[in-house]
Design a protein around this ligand. Structure first.
Ligand code: MTE
Length: 305
């Protein structure tokens, strides 16, 4: 007998996706449009696997997730989505360097031909205590590690994001540009760690990090760098953008924890984009079962800021 054993956070797609989205997606995947839309999201002509990860709450409506953004390169307002349209999405290359077998620069479309696309529905929790639930399209970060072949001595993966002339926020000298984020190799290999190239069944919009961003659902949203242009492997823990800016408020680990307040506000609850409902925040944003083991030997470190 063939038994499908779902992991704890996987559920049938109908259980989490509103009907109209399921139907819309099916028609997209089934019809000729799939051939035009999926390559734009970075797929080969193959249909991506649809793997929904149990979000336990309704999807955020696309109009809210795509018009309320944090993207400091475009300024510190949430209303940057129009300005972000000026960021050209192609051609786009990503430099792979540092402690890896063969450092090189790869074109995004060449990269996307070498991975299998999936859809994942993840909760997103910003450190500012707002949250959304989004269907992302992309591929596991682990697949990128496999392609990059880091050396056994590499301990961290560092992500640097775009600095482009259309980004007016780069003129603010206060900020330690470029935006840099990093994770350990073990975190990068965790099944939840994801590289997104699409959302809501469409190419990732520039304001949400198009054409390619990180998605780490158990960490505060600032760890998920947008518009990645460089991925490096190193044995030294990187200094990240927010840690450099405010070390008493932001750290390297930034795992979600309702019991550890930000120095200036509580993290106990979060506001859902769209409904503005306030709901309790969960440890590791509800993904403890998948990621808590990553930190078993790091109990003395500041894992939650
Ligand atoms: N990436 C870059 N390059 N610049 C940023 O300012 N903001 C981060 C993260 N990635 C940011 C970034 C923060 S604070 C959050 S909460 C999320 O992006 C917001 O993602 P969203 O706008 O898609 O909701």
């Amino acid at each position: 007998m063939h038994i499908i054993r779902r992991r704890g956070w996987e559920v049938a797609e109908r259980a989490v996706t509103p009907e109209h989205l399921v139907l819309h997606r099916r028609s997209l995947l089934a019809g000729a449009t799939a051939m035009t839309i999926l390559p734009a999201m970075g797929a080969s002509a193959d249909t991506p696997a649809v793997r929904d990860y149990k979000p336990g709450r309704p999807l955020t409506e696309e109009k809210y997730a795509t018009t309320y953004n944090n993207y400091y390169e475009f300024g510190d307002s949430k209303d940057i989505w129009r300005d972000a349209q000026a960021l050209k999405q192609r051609p786009w290359t990503i430099k792979l360097d540092g402690m890896m077998k063969q450092p090189r620069t790869i074109d995004i479309d060449d990269l996307l031909k070498q991975v299998s696309l999936e859809q994942r529905v993840y909760r997103h929790r910003c450190v500012e205590a707002w949250a959304m639930t989004v269907p992302w399209t992309g591929f596991p970060l682990a697949a990128l590690l496999k392609l990059a072949e880091p050396l056994g001595s590499a301990k961290y993966v560092v992500f640097e994001t775009a600095q482009d002339k259309v980004m007016s926020g780069l003129d603010t000298p206060l900020y330690p540009w470029p935006y840099v984020e990093g994770v350990t190799i073990d975190e990068a290999g965790n099944d939840l760690a994801f590289i997104s190239t699409g959302m809501y069944g469409k190419p990732l919009p520039p304001q949400n990090g198009g054409p390619i961003r990180l998605t780490l659902p158990w960490k505060y949203g600032f760890k998920s760098g947008k518009a990645i242009v460089k991925i490096s492997f190193t044995d030294k823990r990187p200094m990240t953008f927010w840690e450099a800016l405010g070390p008493s408020e932001y750290g390297f680990w930034a795992n979600v924890n309702p019991a550890v307040p930000h120095p200036r506000w509580s993290q106990a609850t979060e506001r859902l984009l769209g409904s503005d409902e306030r709901v309790p925040t969960q440890i590791f944003n509800g993904y403890a079962e998948q990621v808590a083991a990553l930190y078993a030997d790091r109990k003395t470190e500041k894992l939650f800021m």
